[in-house]
Design a binder for this molecule. Structure first.
Ligand SMILES: [Zn+2]
Ligand SMILES: [Zn+2]
Length: 286
């Protein structure tokens, strides 16, 4: 990867000289600098594809831009989540500086549409000039060709991809709530391992957290139960009045939604069981 990044930066630096000197490259310069840069940007695109294709089980497209005969330009590479384009979408990019000192990586939006992302102006924060692209990066990170680490680039691109695929693009979010919840679970597991002094503690902490989260859920349902009871102390299914608050069940009309007054009703234990039996039978019929 580094050899190819250096070739593209050399091409930019060389183009900068050509412009200053107002001349076109000789055949030898073309063979030595321009053609290898074309090859290098194609190779970089392929390297990105090898590294990131199927990252979090998503299929991306990989774009690159470098005009062979234009010596006044900023080449770039982009990783595109499904349905996203550089002109219309949230993507991840590498934009080279025209002067050839390095490049900026991060999660980007189109120049004329911020897609709800907050751009961090590159020129104000870092000593690198990417011209028109100055305000397209959400999390810009510059890399200078005389001092950088390829692993850092890959890490920053991963962070950027996570921003891109978590971002809600017109209702299109690529990670499901389960993917995001699994990320949290990973962190919790690691944290438990880190704080537990031995296997017994690991077991106890694990159980404690599990119980506490369940308690949170019960706390929510209890509050809704109280509100519903104060509104109307009747069983939703048989319409009979409750004798007391004790033993009353709460039923969620839509099981995939949380506890709220709109989504819940109160009922007798027997009526609740009957309702679930009915729902099960209905499901089996379908
Ligand atoms: Zn009832
Ligand atoms: Zn129920």
């Amino acid at each position: 990867m580094s050899e190819n990044l250096e070739k593209v930066c050399s091409f930019c630096e060389f183009g900068n000289h050509l412009i200053a000197e107002r001349r076109v490259p000789t055949q030898q310069e073309t063979n030595e600098i321009v053609l290898p840069a074309m090859q290098a940007i194609n190779d970089l695109r392929d390297e990105l594809r090898n590294i990131f294709q199927n990252y979090r089980r998503i299929e991306y497209r990989f774009w690159r831009y470098l005009q062979q005969h234009n010596f006044h330009q900023r080449p770039w590479l982009a990783i595109l989540p499904p349905g996203q384009t550089v002109g219309n979408g949230v993507t991840v990019g590498i934009i080279f500086e025209r002067e050839g000192r390095g490049f900026v990586c991060g999660c980007m939006h189109p120049i004329n549409n911020n897609m709800g992302l907050n751009a961090v102006p590159v020129g104000q924060n870092f000593n690198i000039d990417i011209g028109n692209y100055d305000t397209v990066f959400h999390n810009p990170r510059p890399f200078y060709i005389d001092n950088y680490d390829c692993d850092d680039i890959i890490d920053h691109l991963k962070i950027s991809l996570d921003i891109a695929i978590n971002h809600d693009n017109d209702g299109q979010r690529f990670l499901t709530y389960k993917d995001r919840a699994d990320d949290i679970l990973d962190c919790v597991r690691k944290a438990i391992k880190k704080v537990a002094k031995n296997a017994d503690e690991e077991y106890l902490i694990n159980r404690w957290i599990y119980a506490r989260l369940q308690q949170d859920e019960r706390g929510e349902s209890k509050a809704v139960k109280k509100q519903l009871y104060e509104d109307k102390p009747l069983c939703f299914f048989c319409n009979k009045k409750f004798e007391s608050m004790k033993g009353i069940h709460i039923h969620k009309k839509d099981g995939s939604k949380g506890y709220s007054k709109d989504n819940c009703v109160l009922c007798h234990k027997e009526c609740h069981e009957k309702e679930h039996k009915r729902l099960n039978e209905k499901e089996n019929d379908e």
